[in-house]
Design a protein around this ligand. Structure first.
Ligand code: PAF
Length: 287
């Protein structure tokens, strides 16, 4: 696997990769890879001839008081993991390569970016949409893979691709891969490593509480009551606050107060020991 750090090297490497034909998949990441990322690479390898991964800790998607400086960076270790999974090329630009002096463009996806994490993290999804739009243009993949763990991010990226008529990749070739979980059910995240042992143990209560809430919703319980009980349960298990616990339409992410036939998601963001965790699960048999 080749690691490239400049756009010029990326273009040369991509031309070599494409010389013999075959499809190209992109797996965008911010590094600090775990089994969730490797699952994306495996899925990409199954569906495409060549897999390109990117590692870029994108400053534009971090708020002023967020963990940009503390965000784990381990390029050599990540590169070895990607190589072992059969990745063909690693695109690892630095900030100056991604945002050269004079960079002035912002990609903003209204509506789907606004609520949930967008409300708690103003500007976050503009940063995500801007960098993902650039990554798509830089690599021009036939398909791209993202974790459903960041469900709102996936919706923002799909909306951007649809609205801007992107071709490489087409919106339909943006593939969401189900969340990979630890044995106790906690969704894998690069931020789980911030958790102290007690908080890490307590955090497993979050997916358990969400599963009980979904069982209640699917058996017809009042949704507002279920969500209030869910927040109380999360706090009782050791979380310090709940940013949101919402049942939403899977596509628009508009909050739902009744469950009809449409696919829906239960989405939660909550803080424990200074770390903000997010999770989401399908309701109504949405896969
Ligand atoms: O999910 C992530 O790791 C990031 O938000 C992404 C999609 C790589 C954009 O920086």
């Amino acid at each position: 696997m080749q690691t490239v750090k400049s756009l010029q090297m990326l273009r040369t490497a991509l031309a070599q990769l494409r010389a013999n034909g075959g499809s190209v998949a992109l797996v965008p990441t911010m590094g600090a890879l775990h089994e969730g990322h490797l699952t994306l690479v495996r899925r990409a390898r199954a569906d495409a001839d060549h897999v390109v991964a990117s590692i870029f800790v994108n400053p534009r998607q971090f708020g002023a008081n967020e963990d940009l400086d503390a965000y784990p960076r381990q390029l050599a270790k990540d590169a070895a993991m990607l190589e072992a999974e059969g990745c063909a090329l690693l695109w690892a630009p630095d900030v100056a390569a991604m945002y050269p002096a004079g960079f002035a463009t912002n990609v903003s996806v209204a509506g789907v970016s606004d609520g949930l994490c967008g409300a708690a993290r103003p500007g976050h999804f503009d940063g995500v949409a801007t960098v993902v739009c650039k990554l798509f243009n830089q690599v021009a993949p036939d398909m791209a893979f993202f974790g459903e763990k960041d469900f709102q991010q996936l919706a923002v990226i799909r909306t951007m691709a649809r609205d801007l008529d992107l071709t490489f990749p087409h919106a339909d070739a943006i593939i969401g891969v189900p969340t990979v979980r630890e044995p106790d059910g906690l969704a894998m995240s690069s931020r789980n490593r911030y958790l102290a042992p007690d908080d890490r143990a307590a955090a497993a209560a979050l997916p358990r509480a969400m599963q009980s809430a979904i069982a209640a919703i699917e058996s017809g319980a009042d949704i507002a009551t279920v969500l209030t009980d869910l927040e109380a349960k999360i706090i009782a298990s050791g979380f310090t606050s709940v940013d949101y616990a919402v049942l939403a339409d899977s596509r628009s992410l508009a909050p739902l107060m009744s469950l009809n036939a449409q696919p829906a998601r239960l989405l939660v963001a909550a803080r424990i020991g200074g770390t903000r965790l997010i999770d989401n699960m399908a309701v109504n048999d949405d896969p």
